[in-house]
Every structure is written in C-alpha cells, then in structure tokens.
Write a protein that binds this ligand. Structure first.
Ligand code: DC
Length: 226
C-alpha cells in the first residue's frame, strides 16, 4: 500500500486529536483540517448574528453561505491553513457560549450535509490529516488510514483542565469532567453521524501515553502499511 492521501482521526472531546493531528500533519507535510473548528466557527457566527438555535433552516443556510478554503503558502501543504470566509479562526471559537451551544448546531441535519460536502472538497485538494467525530465513518469512508483515539473521561478531563488552567482560566476539575461527559453523551447519542469508530479504524488508546508516544504509534501504523 502507498502512503495514504487522507488520514482521518476521530475520537471524543479532549482526547488529543488536535495536538496529535497537527503534529502528524507537520511531520508528513500534510494539510491539517480540524472539522470541529468548522462547527465551532459556525456556532460563533450564529450566536453573533442572534440566530435562534432552533431555526434549523437559518443555521443550514448559514453553513451553505460559508466559504472554506485551504491556503497553501507557496503551494506547500506543510504550511497550509484553513480559511473560513477568508480568515483564520481564532480564540472566539473556544468561548464558553460556543462551547455550550456547538453540540446543538452540530446536530442539525442541514448543517451536517453542508459541512460534510465542504469537508470532502477540502480533502480532495491536498494530502490531509482531518480530525473530527465522523471523518472515518461519513466524510471520508474510503480513506485508507483511519485512526480512532480513545481515553477515559477522567484522563481527558485532566488534559482539558490543565490546558484551561495554563491559559489562566479559573475552573473546577469536577465541572470540566461533567461538561465533557455531557458532550460525550450528546455526540454519541445523536441520530445523525454519532461518534463511533469506523469498522476499519485502528483504535489507539491514549490513556497514560504521552503525545510523543501516541504520535510514534500512529507513525508505526503508517510504516507497517507502506
Ligand atoms: O472536536 P471539537 O470539540 O472542536 O468539536 C466541537 C463540536 O463539534 C462537538 O460537539 C462535536 C462536533 N463535531 C461534529 O459533530 N463532527 C465533527 N466532524 C467535528 C466536530
């Protein structure tokens, strides 16, 4: 088998998809695409425009109107950024109110149809590492390398808690754990594209493993398949 054109990484919140995915993309010289950021940016925009989150038609239209583009600096996939309506997403997508509402927006069928189509287009443009919840199952089911990252809720809450504290946020560990569990439930029990590993995904349990160890494990999986 040749080196895969698209590598999918799925898994629950705070499992390390972002850290591991972006490092893997850098190492391989691939574009890194965080589909969670697409749902988050859309949620932020909807909140800013005071869209009623029960108005599925407006949310779907908002997704349809949004332009997603990969900017490859000097045609180099290694230095590639995802532009949403011409700009890079920033800290606004991590705001508390976005955090609270993004699962609701991500449940809207019209939103998912639009974003999945746009994610497929992006993946067709370059070699990509694409991270999310349904990338291996729905967005790129033909991808020849699918990774599903796992870690216990307590381990994920610990990682998210340290990350928030490092950024100067005042948070309680128990609250972070409760929020993660609530999101897990919404993500895995929704009818459309629930969080689950693809049948042909390689499950990588990250409990007790460092980022470097997880990355090494994925590289090992890629090397074995070459
Ligand atoms: O990975 P994240 O925390 O940035 O994702 C934000 C939200 O978007 C989360 O509720 C799951 C949802 N999501 C999704 O439904 N499908 C994806 N491909 C990516 C994220």
């Amino acid at each position: 088998m040749i080196i895969p054109k698209a590598i999918t990484i799925d898994g629950p919140g705070a499992v390390g998809k972002n850290t591991v995915g972006s490092l893997l993309a850098k190492k391989l010289g691939y574009c890194f695409i965080d589909t969670g950021a697409m749902y988050r940016e859309l949620t932020w925009k909807a909140l800013k425009q005071e869209v009623d989150l029960a108005d599925q038609e407006r949310l779907s239209n908002l997704a349809a109107e949004t332009e997603y583009r990969l900017l490859q600096v000097d045609g180099n996939e290694r230095d590639c950024v995802l532009l949403i309506n011409g700009r890079e997403v920033g800290a606004e997508t991590r705001l508390e109110e976005v955090e609270r509402s993004v699962s609701i927006v991500a449940m809207v069928p019209g939103v998912r149809t639009e974003l999945v189509a746009k994610q497929r287009k992006l993946a067709a443009e370059a070699h990509v590492v694409m991270i999310g919840r349904d990338i291996g199952t729905v967005v790129l089911p033909d991808s020849d390398l699918k990774i599903f990252l796992l870690a216990s809720p307590e381990e994920r809450a610990r990682r998210r808690y340290l990350e928030l504290v490092e950024k100067g946020n005042k948070v309680e560990f128990e609250q972070v754990l409760a929020d993660l569990k609530r999101r897990d439930k919404l993500d895995s029990e929704r009818q459309l594209s629930p969080l689950q590993p693809a049948l042909d995904a390689v499950i990588v349990d990250t409990d007790g493993k460092s980022v470097a160890e997880v990355l090494d494990r994925i590289i090992e999986i890629i090397d074995k398949r070459k």
